[in-house]
Design a protein. Sequence first.
Length: 128
Amino acid sequence: MKRTWFLLLFALAAMGVAASQSTIQTSAVRIVRPRAGQALTNSFVTLHFELVRPNPAGGENNFVIQLDARDPVNTSEIEYTFTGVRPGQHVISVTEVDANGTPLPDARTEVQFTVSAPGDTAASAPAK
């Protein structure tokens, strides 16, 4: 009887560990910079991202990046600087696409960040 309980507890513990380790990166790309929720004070933002999983088709990697409702930018680079970014909240996204511009499955990610107005010390002041 004790052995049955031990095996049952062991199985439940193993399931709990497996469930806690199942938080796998679901997107093939990950934005490194800017960080989600980051507060910037510049009128530009440099996007830097990385591939988490290789392109299943192989070959050159192609991406479509976009800041808010601006025109999308097609690139094969993993870094891009947007200029003329106005104060406020912004969303920046990266989508890996194939050679025809078709988005790859599970290959889109985005982050939200904020740009504060010049001289706005409240956004950059440490919390009390």
